[in-house]
Design a protein around this ligand. Structure first.
Ligand code: M6R
Length: 616
């Protein structure tokens, strides 16, 4: 939700800011803007509705010189997407310019208070209130406060979430940045400093970063050591970390879209996810979190998994895996509902928080709630050192590399892979799985990447199939058991990038209502692999067929029974039932991708969405 970039040093800031914004565009693309201080000390703000490329076009005839700058790409919360509501926002004197990611919850009260003091506002945003508040605080002291102190005092009045960066025309040699509940990273170069909502705008300049913590304010001056203070003005020693990020993940390579690249990356990503954890030869799975916290995890009365969106679908698969293999009861909760549901949590519960970005506000809040109530928190995140990863007691990264496409693909299979390894490692410790079955599963897990490679060879066929269904207005996805969450995920992928209405159901639920929707216009995608529930799914297929539905079935290679019944088949390599989600989700990702492409949609940046949902 909104991306922030900043630079101060000896180079021209503008190209660094634009490149950084492009990297962060996945976080929002309603409008973009930048503020620069040039050699003469002029502070200029340029902003426009639309994408970063629109900002570039807008700036093409402007003076964008200067070695100090901040820039923003917006996902609108308060105020429609427009150039007036775009960031940066000036203060009334036009001496300050500010960018913000987050939501100022008490902005209406603050705005009224400032209006009474004579401030007027140009935009409908909560952000403009913040920059005016900083100016007000600053000027209400004699002499006027330094920017850092004004930001500090102003933020004490603010309720809500923010990552901000502020420029001051009167002190052109510094940027002040602060965070609470929205991520902010400072990159430390040689005589230059960088800012980013994540490390992607920074990685090619330096691998030394500081992740700001909640309530911290940083003073960026290029020739001085980074100064970090908290809201009470106590100086904090910043912890400098070395980045673990591949530049290649941030580029599309030879693929037309990040989403397609990320779908094709899955075999390599899953190999990376298993590396050092799964030993096929020794038939063992070692997760350091399980080794370090074995007693606590095995003593759990129950597991509660909290997540949103795709991560929630992975959670449903995790529930099935942990309950089946470990015989521990698991509740799966939407983090957004959980945090307000006055949940019953006790100190013998283990909470698993799943989040690709590690920044989802609702999931982070659920983690904080779980911690307050004494639960032990296990994080499954992709982004290293993200807020959720840092807030948990332990965890396992999925290690699939940066995911840029807004529609999650490789993160989903990475999450399912970690959950599978977690369930198996715990079951092995608890001895609720036989050595023989455990060994078989270890061997089969090791084969999953190669099986996904086989599926990826059907990409062109799936592309042709997509053409047939481009004009469908609705879709139904059906699955049972482990494949019910796969059906939900397939439907989510389609709706978020093609804007076709799609619903996922457990196949047997059809006759309790949704079957009324079936007619010859309704494509139905059925995950119908050979497993314990195969015969039942076969009956569900017959029921759809009898009502004229058009069926696309995912079947186990060599299945001739279903292929005779349905309209189109996508073959999947045979695997063990509990591992089917790892492979069955891949053709559904491709189907959604190709349908969206046929419809001419922007698959990497679908409308109204952002990759990282750092607001409620
Ligand atoms: O970063 P997270 O995994 O916490 O994100 C959760 C959801 O916002 C995310 O999965 C969303 O549903 C994706 N757009 C799905 O493709």
């Amino acid at each position: 939700m909104c991306g922030i970039v900043g630079y101060i040093g000896k180079r021209e800031a503008y190209p660094i800011l634009i490149k950084g914004l492009k990297r962060l565009e996945y976080r929002g693309y309603d409008s973009a803007g930048c503020a620069l201080i040039n050699g003469e000390g002029t502070l200029s703000v340029y902003k426009t509705k639309g994408k970063v490329s629109d900002l570039e076009a807008f700036c093409s005839d402007k003076d964008c010189s200067g070695c100090v700058g901040i820039a923003h790409t917006r996902w609108a919360t308060h105020g429609e997407p427009s150039s007036v509501n775009a960031h940066p926002h000036y203060s009334s004197s036009r001496k300050l310019a500010l960018i913000h990611n987050g939501i100022i919850e008490n902005y209406a009260d603050l705005r009224k208070k400032l209006e009474r003091k004579g401030f007027s506002f140009q935009s409908d945003t909560d952000t403009e209130v913040l920059v005016q508040l900083i100016e007000y605080v600053r000027l209400s002291h004699t002499p006027a406060l330094p920017l850092l102190s004004a930001v500090q005092l102003a933020l004490r009045q603010v309720v809500g979430a923010y990552a901000i960066a502020v420029l001051d025309k009167d002190t052109p040699g510094e940027i002040v940045a602060a965070r609470k509940s929205s991520p902010l990273v400072v990159g430390i170069g040689d005589g230059e400093l960088f800012l980013g909502s994540d490390a992607s705008p920074i990685i090619e300049y330096t691998d030394k970063v500081v992740y700001l913590n909640d309530g911290e304010i940083a003073l960026l001056r290029p020739d001085e050591k980074l100064k970090v203070v908290n809201l009470s003005n106590v100086e904090v020693t910043p912890e400098v970390c070395t980045l673990d990020m591949e530049l290649g993940d941030l580029e599309k390579g030879n693929f037309p879209h990040f989403m397609l690249k990320e779908i094709f990356d899955q075999p390599a990503c899953l190999r990376a996810c298993m590396a050092g954890r799964l030993s096929v030869d020794r038939k063992n799975i070692i997760l350091s979190a399980v080794v370090d916290h074995k007693e606590r995890l095995l003593a759990a009365r129950r597991f509660i998994i909290v997540a949103c969106g795709t991560s929630w679908h992975a959670a449903l698969i995790g529930k099935h895996l942990i309950e089946s293999f470990c015989r521990i009861s698991v509740d799966v909760e939407y983090a957004s509902e959980f945090r307000y549901s006055d949940p019953v949590i006790s100190s013998d519960d283990v909470m698993i928080a799943i989040s690709q970005s590690g920044e989802t506000a609702d999931t982070l809040a659920a983690v904080e709630l779980g911690k307050q109530k004494g639960a032990f928190i296990y994080g499954i995140c992709n982004v290293v050192s993200s807020s959720i990863a840092r807030a948990t007691h332990t965890g396992s990264y999925i290690h699939v590399g940066s995911e840029i496409g807004v529609a999650s693909t490789k993160a989903f299979t990475g999450q399912v892979m970690v959950l599978t390894m977690l369930a198996l490692a715990l079951a092995h410790e608890k001895k609720t799985i036989s050595e023989e079955e455990f060994g078989k599963l270890c061997t089969e897990l090791g084969r999953i990447p190669a099986k996904i490679e086989e599926i990826l060879q059907h990409n062109d066929q799936i592309g042709l199939l997509a053409r047939i269904f481009t004009y469908a207005r609705n879709f139904i996805y059906l699955g049972r058991g482990y494949n019910y969450p796969v059906a939900l995920e397939g439907a989510l992928k389609l709706k978020e990038i093609s804007y076709i209405h799609a619903e996922g159901y457990p196949a047997a639920e059809m006759k309790h209502g949704p079957i009324a929707l079936i007619d010859s216009e309704m494509p139905v995608v059925v995950i119908a692999t050979k497993n314990e529930l195969y015969e039942k799914v076969l009956s569900n297929i017959q029921e759809v067929k009898a009502r004229g539905g058009r069926i696309i079935a995912l079947v186990t290679e060599g299945d001739t029974t279903i292929s005779k019944l349905v309209d189109y088949c996508i073959p999947l390599p045979e695997t063990m039932e509990c591992l089917t989600p790892l492979i069955a989700s891949v053709p559904l990702q491709l189907l959604a991708y190709h349908i969206a492409i046929c419809k001419g949609k922007n698959v990497d940046q679908p409308r109204n969405l952002a990759k990282s949902v750092t607001v409620e």
